[in-house]
Design a binder for this molecule. Structure first.
Ligand SMILES: Cc1cc2nc3c(=O)[nH]c(=O)nc-3n(C[C@H](O)[C@H](O)[C@H](O)COP(=O)(O)OP(=O)(O)OC[C@H]3O[C@@H](n4cnc5c(N)ncnc54)[C@H](O)[C@@H]3O)c2cc1C
Ligand SMILES: *[C@@H]1O[C@H](CO)[C@@H](O)[C@H](O)[C@H]1NC(C)=O
Ligand SMILES: *[C@@H]1O[C@H](CO)[C@@H](O)[C@H](O)[C@H]1NC(C)=O
Ligand SMILES: *[C@@H]1O[C@H](CO)[C@@H](O)[C@H](O)[C@H]1NC(C)=O
Ligand SMILES: *[C@@H]1O[C@H](CO)[C@@H](O)[C@H](O)[C@H]1NC(C)=O
Ligand SMILES: *[C@@H]1O[C@H](CO)[C@@H](O)[C@H](O)[C@H]1NC(C)=O
Ligand SMILES: *[C@@H]1O[C@H](CO)[C@@H](O)[C@H](O)[C@H]1NC(C)=O
Ligand SMILES: *[C@@H]1O[C@H](CO)[C@@H](O)[C@H](O)[C@H]1NC(C)=O
Ligand SMILES: *[C@@H]1O[C@H](CO)[C@@H](O)[C@H](O)[C@H]1NC(C)=O
Ligand SMILES: *[C@@H]1O[C@H](CO)[C@@H](O)[C@H](O)[C@H]1NC(C)=O
Ligand SMILES: *[C@@H]1O[C@H](CO)[C@@H](O)[C@H](O)[C@H]1NC(C)=O
Ligand SMILES: *[C@@H]1O[C@H](CO)[C@@H](O)[C@H](O)[C@H]1NC(C)=O
Length: 586
């Protein structure tokens, strides 16, 4: 706490996150800025389990997870599901599965439309996208020139990413299948080009095609803490405190008739008193899509009608705080395979598991340098799908997917026990343009209590239909001849899910989340956003307030059809630029 004694002249103050790390780095480049970053979790982001890419599944439910749970989901037969969020410096980027996806041009152009700010369009965001990137060699240092469109990627940025650096036996089957089925599963060299749809190329003599682009470099996970905070840590104008939870944002005055928020309260583990600290410029909240709306509501910023019912003193009546939640549901299908060489072996045989760890520890190469799968693909329903007869398309446009495949060389399920033996192949089907929408509300005015999380997973006809179609498409894909000597038979769901009714039952019994909770404090222009017009202005300031900004995944007006870490980086890079302009930095 000693560093805090100099904190009186703080310029800006905020909480950490994928978003927070970006802002901390960019704004402390300006010497006249002073930043205090407060993180509820620990600083232990370089733990072995967070570093080794393949250990990602160990992190959910660990000391790095807030351990949230949803309310019972009506669309999932009343099941509640675990809802992971990172509780450590680097936030969820320290516990996620590292997929590197920018999203599509249409996703950002819709942000621009809904905020009436051309600055959020794909074309306008290009400088920020490039600024993030450092396309790097894979763990095995093979040439990736034919496996990704190197021309569209940046190389000098803080976020290193690459392609899988270890071949799996399934790769050759996976990369040959699309050419057989190219009408339904079209070609796409690089899903980060702005048009995400399709699968990569197939050059038979090379290890390439629809590869999963991963935030892994030198065989190690790249977190927002490693990418953005470590390079900034030696700067004298950045202070970081951990194990400290912000519990309230305080009004400190009024300016032009609007409340000014320039102080916060926080609690530090092991210390009895609640600290109050003032910012001379701004408070930036980057607490993620669950904690950010909770903190705003607890501070009296939100929908008056709702907050009054809880006895909260309403300081700012602003719509959409906690509303508009969007997320991506997933389901999996598994097959037994004609091989004894799959990643299942590492799970079931401890002796076998020791070898790749030894290799990783010695050289940062080998089987533990991989994400959840070596291939992923973005796909759309056909334009003539029956669902469009009476449902409008919730996707942002034809460059955005309705569903995603991720190929995995082992058994995976989020609802069934793992078999104690055997060798498997699993296809994830993720719904990435959902029309369902949920909310975050308060169970209690205690800041340490979890908020109520209602994602309303698979609540709409469109979402159920599309998940259905994604399962059917996965089955069609796996019937390609190139799989025939690998795949033996479908084991889950198998014969018990053949009719539409049975598939729907399977979906409701097994659906889980890709952990992309977003959009709970959305930006938007009055009258144009999807619901209450948005809680944030296009510059991410909270409507009706002075001195308060939200820079994290809660600020998305719509969820992109992509994994959400890179969209959070993109949003935060532009937010940093907006602030640098306001404060005459750079
Ligand atoms: C299991 C999992 C897998 C995922 N897989 C991928 C993937 O493969 N690819 C991808 O692109 N995205 C993935 N995501 C999503 C991605 O990680 C998030 O969208 C992104 O990190 C969101 O950034 P954020 O800044 O909004 O929040 P976060 O990164 O979660 O950061 C929020 C931070 O704020 C801290 N905090 C919260 N409340 C307080 C408080 N009151 N006081 C102080 N600190 C506080 C938290 O501890 C946390 O460190 C995954 C997420 C999870 C959970
Ligand atoms: C989440 O659960 C794990 C396992 O029980 C625990 O170690 C960890 O402390 C919990 N996280 C938080 C933030 O309490
Ligand atoms: C990786 O490959 C490049 C080009 O093939 C080579 O120049 C470089 O030295 C290699 N690096 C390592 C660490 O092997
Ligand atoms: C700091 O915040 C507190 C709490 O709102 C307020 O009472 C005080 O006046 C503020 N101090 C300054 C210097 O703004
Ligand atoms: C586990 O793997 C080791 C090393 O390959 C092998 O010798 C052993 O038989 C395996 N054990 C089982 C139970 O399969
Ligand atoms: C990694 O290697 C070092 C020494 O090279 C050793 O001390 C350490 O225990 C190893 N860690 C693991 C997880 O194998
Ligand atoms: C959609 O069009 C394709 C090809 O034009 C056709 O084969 C298919 O039957 C059509 N589907 C529906 C539901 O009309
Ligand atoms: C849409 O049409 C299908 C039949 O084609 C019907 O079952 C469904 O109820 C309709 N949904 C709506 C919202 O009208
Ligand atoms: C996609 O393209 C088709 C055909 O051009 C068009 O009818 C449809 O409206 C487009 N969908 C979206 C969401 O843009
Ligand atoms: C949240 O959503 C649920 C169900 O969708 C609804 O019943 C509840 O009133 C909503 N809560 C708030 C605060 O809007
Ligand atoms: C809401 O609070 C009550 C009372 O403290 C508690 O029993 C319940 O488990 C909480 N519900 C959730 C979903 O956290
Ligand atoms: C299993 O794979 C071997 C080659 O590794 C092949 O000879 C055999 O036909 C395959 N069996 C099945 C059932 O596909």
């Amino acid at each position: 706490m000693s560093k805090l004694s100099t904190g009186i002249h703080l310029f800006i103050l905020f909480l950490d996150g994928a978003g927070g790390s970006v802002v901390a780095n960019r704004l402390t480049k300006c010497p006249s800025t002073r930043i205090l970053l407060i993180e509820a979790g620990s600083s232990d982001f370089d733990n072995l389990n967070t570093e080794v890419p393949s250990f990602a599944p160990r992190l959910t439910g660990s000391q790095f997870d807030w351990n949230f749970t949803t309310l019972p989901q009506p669309g999932l037969h009343g099941r509640s599901i675990d809802y992971a969020q990172g509780f450590v410096l680097g936030g969820s980027t320290a516990i996620n599965v590292m997929a590197y996806c920018r999203g599509s041009k249409d996703d950002y152009d819709r942000w621009a439309w809904v905020t009436d700010d051309e600055g959020w369009s794909w074309n306008s965001l290009q400088p920020y996208i490039h600024k993030i990137e450092n396309l790097s060699p894979p763990a095995d240092n093979h040439s990736i020139i034919d496996e990704i469109d190197v021309l569209i990627h940046g190389s000098g940025g803080p976020v290193s990413f690459s392609l899988p650096g270890q071949l799996l036996p399934t790769d050759e089957h996976a990369i040959n299948a699309p050419s057989e089925l190219s009408t339904e599963f079209p070609f796409n060299l690089d899903y980060n080009s702005g048009d995400t749809i399709g699968l990569g190329p197939v050059l038979l003599h090379k290890n390439n095609g629809w590869l999963n682009i991963v935030q892994i470099a030198k065989g190690q996970r790249v977190t927002s803490a490693a990418a953005y905070l470590i390079p900034a840590m030696s700067r004298p104008n950045l202070d970081i405190i951990v194990n400290s939870q912000v519990t309230k944002i305080l009004q400190t005055g009024t300016k032009d008739g609007q409340p000014v928020f320039s102080a916060i309260q926080f609690y530090t583990v092991g210390e009895p008193e609640i600290y109050t600290i003032n910012a001379s410029k701004e408070i930036i909240i980057s607490a993620g899509a669950i904690k950010t709306p909770q903190l705003l509501m607890l501070s009296g910023i939100g929908e008056k009608d709702y907050l009054s019912t809880l006895g909260i003193d309403v300081l700012v009546d602003v719509l959409d705080v906690g509303q508009n939640l969007q997320d991506h549901p997933l389901t999996t299908i598994s097959w037994t395979v004609n091989s004894t060489n799959t990643l299942d072996n590492i799970r079931t045989n401890k002796t076998l598991a020791a070898q790749p760890l030894q290799q990783w520890n010695a050289t940062h190469t080998g089987g533990l340098t991989l994400g959840p799968g070596n291939q992923l693909a973005w796909l759309r329903l056909p334009n003539n799908a029956t669902i469009f007869k009476n449902n409008t398309d919730p996707s942002a446009g034809n460059r955005s997917a309705h569903y995603e495949f991720i190929v995995t060389d082992s058994f995976v399920s989020f609802s069934q026990p793992f078999p104690s033996a055997g060798n498997f192949f699993t296809m994830f089907s993720n719904l990435v343009s959902p029309s369902s929408c949920g909310n975050i509300s308060l169970n209690s005015t205690d800041p340490f209590a979890h908020p109520l999380i209602q994602p309303n997973i698979l609540q709409t006809e469109f979402d159920i239909f599309t998940m259905h179609e994604a399962i059917k498409a996965a089955r069609r894909f796996m019937r390609a001849k190139s799989w025939s000597d690998w795949i033996i038979e479908e084991t889950s769901p198998s014969s018990e899910a053949q009719t539409d009714e049975e598939i729907e039952e399977y979906i409701k019994n097994t659906c889980f989340t890709v952990n992309h909770v977003t959009c709970t404090v959305p930006m938007g222009k009055n009258g144009q956003a999807r619901r209450g017009g948005g809680a944030l202005n296009p510059d991410l300031s909270v409507k009706g307030t002075v001195g308060l900004r939200v820079v994290d995944a809660s600020a998305f007006p719509f969820i992109p059809a992509a994994h959400t870490q890179v969209p959070t980086y993109i949003l935060s890079e532009r937010a940093s630029d907006i602030m640098q302009e306001v404060y005459n930095c750079e």
